[in-house]
Design a binder for this molecule. Structure first.
Ligand SMILES: [Zn+2]
Length: 237
């Protein structure tokens, strides 16, 4: 029988999406494995107590924890960095604005992105500064994967029938509806910094050739990514 606690989907030749089921949250926490010129990069790693599940998933991909060369956190929430201690040999990265989210033990091993925009191992990163202060997106120009962490994610949503990839019209509609109602509520606009969120969307939508929106939780959107992001930006009322 298929193990539903982890879903592994090959997104491109060199990128795998790994979604770890979290029974306490009823959601998938996503991680991504990228093979870049022989170096293995891991983006996000789930919660600390999901470490065993992630190791199991990596084993299925014939990867040992000590073979991970680089670990990058999209942001400092525990469901994205909790199991990072398992990757002893990896060079670890997080944006400096999320450093205060790391424990004393964790902070030792991390390097920090100190600017709003830059590049690391062929991935462009940019600071989004919403969701958490130090939330970043990463764009892989080789594979056209846009990794957006929790900036847009499908927390608690069911997975498509075949792996993680979907065009996801229903998810796009739901995101749009959520933003429309947010934009129309002046208290929520202020409280949850709607304008800052839209600024981040504008940055994300600048990756015109993105083919995949690889989210922090659940399904990964495939195709017409810039169109989708432009549509969200246009909600700014
Ligand atoms: Zn998250």
């Amino acid at each position: 029988m298929k193990d539903s606690s982890v879903e592994i989907t090959q997104i491109t030749d060199s990128v795998f999406g790994i979604a770890l089921w979290d029974p306490s949250w009823h959601s998938y926490n996503n991680c991504y494995l990228i093979n870049r010129d022989g170096k293995l990069l891991l983006l996000d790693c789930g919660k600390e107590d999901q470490g065993n599940l992630l190791i199991k998933a990596l084993t299925q991909l014939h990867v040992e924890s000590d073979s991970i060369d680089v670990f990058i956190a999209t942001h400092g929430h525990s469901d994205h960095i909790g199991a990072s201690h398992l990757f002893q040999k990896a060079e670890k990265w997080i944006h400096r604005d999320d450093c205060d989210r790391l424990s004393h033990e964790q902070i030792e091993g991390f390097n920090t992105f100190n600017s709003n925009i830059g590049e690391l191992y062929g991935l462009s990163y940019l600071l989004l500064g919403h969701h958490t202060q130090g939330s970043i997106a990463l764009y892989d120009t080789t594979t056209h994967c846009l990794f957006c962490g929790d900036y847009i994610c499908f927390f608690g949503d069911k997975l498509p029938h075949n792996g993680l990839l979907t065009f996801g019209q229903d998810l796009r509609d739901k995101t749009r509806a959520f933003m429309v109602s947010w934009s129309q509520n002046s208290t929520d606009r202020h409280t949850y910094q709607f304008e800052t969120f839209v600024q981040g969307l504008k940055l994300l939508s600048s990756y015109k050739d993105a083919m995949f929106l690889a989210t922090g939780h659940g399904p990964i959107l495939h195709k017409q990514i810039a169109d989708f992001l432009d549509e969200l930006v246009s909600i700014d009322g």
